[in-house]
Design a protein around this ligand. Structure first.
Ligand code: MN
Length: 246
């Protein structure tokens, strides 16, 4: 539930921040310094990969730098983080150090008179059966605690291997599954939400729908590969904007 004095909320996702890609990192830092929003929601895949909060303890690490950037921004506005399929190992230590509030997926954000459903979006890509199986396994407390108990070097290597694997898939021109519309409608209906904001698919768009006989929208955020994307919501008016990364 948003405090009554909030006027503007902004939503970003799929930045896939990575030390090897300075462009999105610089654009994100600049965005956090200049935005005037009362609240910024980061809806998953903020990081290309996250292999444990202890990465922050390595002096000069990328993860420590990211925490410092967030901490500075958190002094001026509320920051929210929802995990995506790349950064679901972000834990309470990172949230605390960076000054963000963690959100579970999905979450209903009540803003003014609206109930806005927020999700990363991967849980609705039902056609990708293999991924849904992996998702179920990898979100179990057993899988997470087993993975996080590996030495950091082994986790860094695992992260690198997963990144290479997904790059291979991308290069092969594989058609990725999209959000299942019927399932999205069921979620919206169950939450009594006429707005749904998510990312993950890298298919930025505004879809008009009907929920419970009333006009509704599903807004898909874009990834920060070729350009940056931000959805701003000001007093019930929303705008999905793209901007250059340099
Ligand atoms: Mn994703």
């Amino acid at each position: 539930m948003a405090p009554a004095h909030w006027r503007t909320a902004e939503f970003i996702s799929d930045l896939h921040l990575d030390p090897a890609e300075p462009g999105p990192l610089a654009a994100w830092r600049n965005y956090l310094r200049t935005t005037q929003a009362d609240a910024v929601f980061m809806l998953g895949d903020l990081f290309e990969v996250w292999v444990g909060d202890d990465t922050m303890d390595e002096p000069g690490s990328f993860e420590a730098e990211a925490a410092a950037i967030l901490r500075e921004a958190a002094q001026h506005r509320a920051l929210f983080f929802m995990a995506g399929n790349r950064d679901f190992l972000v834990g309470p230590a990172f949230l605390q150090r960076s000054g963000m509030t963690g959100l579970s997926d999905p979450t209903v954000f009540v803003f003014g008179t609206q109930r806005i459903l927020l999700s990363h979006g991967d849980a609705l890509c039902l056609d990708d059966v293999d991924y849904q199986k992996f998702r179920t396994i990898s979100r179990s407390p057993q899988w997470i605690s087993h993975t996080l108990s590996q030495p950091l070097a082994a986790r860094r290597a695992l992260g690198k291997a997963m990144r290479a694997e997904s790059q291979k898939l991308k290069d092969s021109g594989t058609e990725y599954a999209d959000v299942d519309t019927a399932a999205a409608l069921r979620w919206m209906d169950a939450c009594d939400s006429h707005w749904f904001i998510h990312g993950h698919t890298h298919r930025p768009a505004e879809h008009s729908l009907q929920v419970d006989g009333k006009a509704a929208r599903r807004i898909v955020l874009g990834d920060w590969d070729q350009q940056g994307w931000c959805l701003s919501w000001e007093q019930g008016v929303f705008q999905l904007n793209a901007f250059p990364l340099d």
